[in-house]
Structures are given as structure tokens and as C-alpha cells.
Design a binder for this molecule. Structure first.
Ligand SMILES: O=C(O)CCC(=O)C(=O)O
Ligand SMILES: [Fe+2]
Length: 404
């Protein structure tokens, strides 16, 4: 059996504990839920153009934005924006605008996604890595959906954009194959992929680190933080960021009863911080605007509402992962999300590409869990100090009994 555990671990976490999250805000001097609501409403998107004719049945919210130049300045205090995006009453997503060079790096990589997915089957087979449970190289039809069926809707290509070979230690590779394995590049079939993947991955990684600095600054106002225990340092020490180039295969027929999570099931990312490009819609590998305004990324809010979230194609979105939620005692909250496929006549033959960068602690990072945790209590409180690698294994054992 296989899984891509940074996301699928958390398919089972849809019983997201919003109570704990909102109660932790009561001890903070930060803004009230009412003022948050007012700000959220100000981000409600009003649809005026033709493509919005099929009104989405859920409210559409714009992400909180931060500009790259503000982010770059370590002395600017961005705590209130960080709280608005990631805090206990935020949506758990924010986007960074005006990142130099980003737009063309995004396009360069996302355009390669249909080319990769349409390579001959035998070529893609060569790019598979069963040993890492398909967490390096090409993966299609290996991950199970909530229904128990194999996910044939999307293909993924996984690689570490920073280190081709994070370790040479054979015992570590054996123990943590999905973190410690080596990249597999299609050198002859699609030679451009490596460069484009690494360039975008590195940029989203650098911006993610800048954001992590400001997250720490916000968290340090509301709780005591150990010297090296902040998000920025944890991520700087990590040798295992993971990029995922996603390709959603063309929707075959229009289905008016399409479910909310028709392209990518509800889940919360497992690691620390996830960078996300705005999805690119294509038909026959040519970019087109999405004809269905209801298609795309959805988020479940802290108060259990479902909202569609939008951000500009030239912005990098970031979401909080579960590990950060635990280590920050809920001051930075993880984000349950899913992706809805387009529907209607015009949706047929529509494909979607996107890229996610999962930033997570090193497998050897000793996690300094708080005494009281609100998720995975049983795993954490019984175990004393755990490394991130051990913690991940425990989660896998608990939810998947997956020792293959
Ligand atoms: O396709 C997307 O926009 C989101 C993908 C995602 O959530 C993931 O890979 O964890
Ligand atoms: Fe995700």
C-alpha cells in the first residue's frame, strides 16, 4: 500500500479541532473574532465578470496579502498580518505579492506538467520509486482516496528542490525513505524539468523562510519560545523540503453533482509550512482561464464554514501545517483544504497544474512539544522527546498500519 504522507496522513484529521484553536486565542491580546469577521468580509470577492455567472455556492474570500518588500525587512513588525492570516481566527492561508522573478518561474514549471504526465507509460515507470512509497519521482494511482479507491485523477512528481541527495547514510535511507531518498530526474525524456523545478522550489523556499521569520515574531509575542525552536530555525536546519508538481488529468464528463473535494480530498498538510502556486488551467496544454468560478481551492474555516479561496496568479500562497500548529500551541493554525474540479460543458477536457512546496523539520529534529497538545495527544504525551522522523512514523503506524 502506498501513500503520500505529508498530505494523506491528515485526510483523517478532518475532525479538525476548532474549539482548541479558538480558545487559545482568548489568552492573547490579539484581535477579537468580530474584528476578524469585519476584515474577512472586506475580502469577500464580488463577482462582476461573465465567468462568475455560475455563482459559487460558497463565499469566495481573498487571501490576506503581504508584499515581498515588507517580508524582506526583518525589522518590520508584520505580526498583525500574520495573525490575520494564520492566527486562531484566520483562514490559515496568506499570499505574498511582488516576488521578483516568480511569475516566469511558475509558468516555466507549470507548463511542463502536462508534458511530464503525457510521457509514455514506460518512461514514467522509470521515474517511479516504490521504496519511498512513491514520494520521489512520478506517482500516479498510488494514493488512496477517502472512498478507498485509488486516486487516478492526478499525477504528481516529487523531488527535494534543494538537495538531490540529502544523505548517503544507508540506514537512514532505509528508515526514512521518503525524506532521505534521492531525486529522480527525467534527464533524457524531459531535461528542462530539473532546472525549472529547482528554480521555483528554491524561490518559494527562500520566501517561505522570510515568512517563517515573521511567524516567529508573532508567536514570540504570545508565548515563550526556545532560542532555536522557532519555525525559521527549524526550517533552516532541515534537509528535507519536498516539492510536488501536480497534474490534474482532464475532467472527462461534466457532472453536475460533483463533490466539493472532487479533485483533491479534504486534508491538512502534515509538515510546517506549505508554499502553493495558483493553479494553472489548460486545455491540450494551452493555458486558458478557468470557465467555472467554483473550481479550485477550498478551505474549512475555524468555525467550520467552507469558503472558496482566491489569490492572484502572481502571488505565492502559504499554508500552515499540523506540526507548526502543535509547536506553536495553536497560535499558528493548520488549514483543512481541498480542491474542487470544474463542472459544466466547458469543463470537459480541462486540466490543471500546480506546485506545492512542503517545508518540514529535518528527520533528526527533536520536536519540543508543549506539555499540553490538542491534536495527536496519545502519540505525543506518551513518548517524551521525538524526532520529526520518529513522530511521522508513529503517525503512519497509528493511521495506516503501513509497515510495508
Ligand atoms: O492542488 C492544490 O491546489 C492543492 C494541493 C495540495 O493541497 C497538496 O498537494 O497538499
Ligand atoms: Fe495540501
Amino acid at each position: 500500500m502506498s501513500c503520500h504522507f505529508w498530505r494523506s496522513l491528515s485526510l483523517l484529521l478532518c475532525n479538525y479541532n476548532n474549539k482548541t484553536c479558538s480558545s487559545s486565542s482568548s489568552s492573547s491580546s490579539y484581535s477579537s473574532p468580530t474584528s476578524h469577521l469585519a476584515r474577512s468580509l472586506s475580502r469577500l470577492v464580488t463577482c462582476r465578470n461573465m465567468s462568475c455567472q455560475s455563482q459559487a455556492p460558497f463565499p469566495t474570500l481573498r487571501t490576506v496579502t503581504l508584499s515581498y518588500s515588507h517580508l524582506q525587512d526583518k525589522n518590520t513588525d508584520l505580526s498583525s498580518k500574520i495573525e490575520e492570516g494564520f492566527g486562531p481566527s484566520g483562514l490559515g492561508i496568506l499570499s505574498v505579492t511582488d516576488v521578483p522573478g516568480y511569475s516566469s518561474l511558475r509558468r516555466n514549471l507549470l507548463r511542463l506538467s502536462p508534458r511530464l504526465a503525457n510521457l509514455p507509460e514506460e518512461v514514467k515507470k522509470e521515474l517511479e520509486d516504490p521504496h519511498s512509497r512513491y514520494n520521489f519521482g512520478w506517482s500516479h494511482g498510488k494514493e488512496k482516496l477517502e472512498s478507498g479507491k485509488l486516486d487516478m485523477l492526478k499525477g504528481s512528481f516529487y523531488a527535494n528542490p534543494i538537495l538531490d541527495r540529502p544523505t548517503t547514510d544507508a540506514s537512514l535511507i532505509e528508515r526514512y525513505p521518503s525524506y532521505c531518498g534521492s531525486n529522480i530526474w527525467p534527464h533524457s525524456a524531459l531535461p528542462e524539468l530539473e532546472r525549472a523545478f529547482k528554480a521555483l522550489g528554491q524561490l518559494m523556499y527562500d520566501v517561505g523562510l522570510m515568512l517563517a521569520h515573521h511567524c516567529d515574531r508573532y508567536v514570540s509575542k504570545v508565548m515563550k519560545m526556545g532560542e532555536d525552536g522557532g519555525l525559521e530555525n527549524i526550517l533552516l536546519r532541515s534537509r528535507c523540503p519536498k516539492g510536488r508538481l501536480l497534474y490534474y488529468f482532464p475532467t472527462e464528463q461534466s457532472n453536475d453533482n460533483i463533490s466539493m473535494s472532487s479533485w483533491c480530498g479534504w486534508h491538512t498538510d502534515h509538515g510546517s509550512l506549505t508554499g502553493l502556486t495558483c493553479g494553472m488551467f489548460m486545455r491540450d496544454a494551452v493555458e486558458i482561464p478557468c470557465p467555472d468560478s467554483a473550481a479550485g481551492l477550498y478551505i474549512r474555516t475555524r468555525t467550520d464554514q467552507i469558503v472558496k479561496v482566491v489569490y492572484g496568479e502572481d502571488e505565492i500562497a502559504y499554508q500552515i501545517g499540523e506540526t507548526t500548529e502543535i509547536l506553536s500551541r495553536g497560535y499558528l493554525c493548520a488549514t483543512p483544504h481541498c480542491v474542487r474540479a470544474p463542472k459544466g460543458q466547458e469543463a470537459s477536457g480541462l486540466e490543471r497544474s500546480t506546485f506545492a512546496l512542503f517545508m518540514q523539520p529535518d528527520w533528526e529534529e527533536k520536536l519540543n512539544f508543549p506539555e499540553k497538545v490538542h491534536i495527536h495527544k496519545d502519540l505525543i504525551s506518551s513518548s517524551g522527546a521525538l524526532t520529526f522522523g520518529e513522530y511521522t512514523e508513529k503517525l503512519l503506524d497509528k493511521y495506516y498500519h503501513l509497515k510495508t
